[in-house]
Design a protein around this ligand. Structure first.
Ligand SMILES: Nc1ncnc2c1ncn2[C@@H]1O[C@H](COP(=O)(O)OP(=O)(O)OP(=O)(O)O)[C@@H](O)[C@H]1O
Length: 253
């Protein structure tokens, strides 16, 4: 069986001549729930977009279970297995929530009937069954993100990449989303970039800290928190995470 791991090997990427974001970058993420932290401009979104095959490395490879989105024979399987939840989800005009979820399955190669059937189940899983018939442009930001997850579950993604999934959500929506992430961890891998450090240990087994295209820390959440043990102010989980982060990056989240 191929190992469930996302690997960046010798990856280089720049947007233009001046902005090199990654240069010979290596990272291997294999834990089911990993959080990616880093200051603004660290390269988190770029890393996620490369893993989502929205961007192409100038050099090196990105693989999931040994498959690369840039290899012709792998591209379909890779895109089916790896789902991408960008920060801003654009609803397809005119489609209902359920239609859009089924559409996500169809886009990944499912037949219409299977995608439609699966969409009812996955909407239930994300708690949106009551909104299934509502137009997708008439739901809130948090509901849109849950709809995106339902789409990823519909085509049985193995890894869901999420860029700042709780940004801009009110505390109630954030709580709903976090409990959904907790449930997801049972059967799908997640890689989440975030600035929200509260209760990292409840959700993630591993932490990656990225700073200017370099991995400053990669280890268990317990090891990450342990770095803050000597800090006086590190009382609650959030404070401990922030203290650990500050030690690594030298600034607050
Ligand atoms: N489309 C683009 N064109 C040119 N430069 C870009 C583009 N997108 C990002 N960059 C630059 O690439 C670098 C990495 O940006 P990226 O968005 O990946 O960082 P980030 O860690 O996600 O930051 P944030 O937390 O602010 O979202 C930054 O210097 C940024 O200014």
């Amino acid at each position: 069986m191929r190992l469930m791991a996302l690997e960046f090997r010798g990856v280089s990427f720049r947007y233009n001549r001046k902005t090199t974001v990654l240069d010979g970058f290596d990272l291997r993420v294999s834990s089911p729930a990993t959080v990616l932290l880093g200051p603004n401009g660290a390269g988190k979104s770029t890393l996620m977009a490369l893993a989502a095959s929205q961007l192409k490395p100038l050099d090196g490879t990105v693989t999931w279970k040994g498959r690369s989105p840039t290899a012709r024979r792998d591209v379909r399987a890779y895109r089916k297995a790896v789902a991408w939840l960008p920060q801003h989800i654009t609803p397809v005009p005119g489609l209902t929530v359920r239609e859009q979820v089924a559409y996500a399955g169809w886009l990944k190669g499912m037949n219409r009937a299977d995608a439609w059937k699966a969409s009812a189940v996955t909407l239930g899983r994300v708690g949106l069954d009551k909104l299934a018939d509502r137009r997708s442009h008439q739901v809130s930001g948090g509901q849109l993100r849950r709809m995106g997850i339902a789409g990823a579950l519909t085509h049985h993604s193995e890894l869901i990449l999420m860029d700042e999934p709780t940004a801009g959500l009110d505390p109630t929506q954030r709580k709903v989303f976090r409990s959904l992430l907790e449930q997801l961890a049972d059967d799908v891998h997640i890689l989440v970039s975030t600035h929200q450090t509260e209760d990292l240990a409840d959700l993630y087994q591993h932490v990656v800290v990225l700073d200017r295209g370099t991995v400053r820390f990669h280890g268990t959440t317990a090891a990450f928190h342990a770095m803050a043990d000597s800090a006086d102010s590190a009382e609650g989980p959030r404070e401990r995470a922030e203290a650990a982060y500050t030690q690594l990056v030298g600034e607050e989240i």
